[in-house]
Design a protein around this ligand. Sequence first.
Ligand SMILES: [Zn+2]
Length: 323
Amino acid sequence: MESYRDLVHRAWTQTKGKIKMTDIPVAKAQLLGRISDFDGGQTAAWLSDLDTRGKAIWRAVRDPHTGHAIHVVSDRSFASPSLRSDLHLGLRLLAWMSTETPVTWYWWDQPWTRHLPANTDPRKEHLNGGWAIPGVPEVHVYRREEAHKVMLHETIHALRLDVPHALVEPVRRQFEDLFGRKLWPHLGEAFTEFYAEWLWCVVPEGTTKASLGTTSKTSKNDRWIHQLQCSEGQAAAVWARIRDATADEDTNVFAYYVLKWVLMQHQNEVLLAPNASVRFWFTWFQELRPRLEAMADKVAWTENTGLAMGMTCLTSDHATAYS
Ligand SMILES: [Zn+2]
């Protein structure tokens, strides 16, 4: 797997020093018009409050070489290095993801973290952070937490890099028969999120911190090792919550946290042959289920606590870099 990772990493290094960030007029109408009710009104309320207090910062930047653009509304000053470095990193990630199709990223940069209250089953307001329509080169992210990783996830949808729906449907029905409840219909999100997290871990720690005057000390595999540990802990805690659930899902909780962890245990097959891997997802889950149940038993007590649901288990270092 090292060679595939090296290939992807080389493509990342080729974007170094290539990004030009120019100001363009911000599409305020788009940022105002696309927040109707996808998140229960949270983003609309945040923006309305910010605007009323005259604290909303509206900006847009574009890289003339690639055509990628970011439109952002934030409570952070555009002069602040953190927002500028976040936008620069965004354009660089987009340049990495596509040299063919210019993508526009709409970003509501709000400090609304993912949190699951005690004794509650996870639902969309506890974890979702963005959306995209497959084949439409526009991505939407409505949190600051993990914004770049979410942007990568949505860009996978926008550029049609997902596993095909038709391959996933029979597997989703297998899981629904097993659990006796409906799963949100995009079981392929397990692959999308797996791939987004893997790509995000290829980007070296310290890339964003360069502008903040620190350097990277982590080796190239540290981030992925951390990510494997993070997702294992989350798979256990989320499975402890949902294994006895009877209500239908309202977002892809099982796919994002549990099935993604299953895919991570077969990372080589999934990375090199994502489509061919789909037919094995159900079997892999069944094989790993005893281990998953034992992990969930160990953390069953977490049902009575609040849980951070950010999928990359942000460290304080990350929080410094991105806030
Ligand atoms: Zn998705």
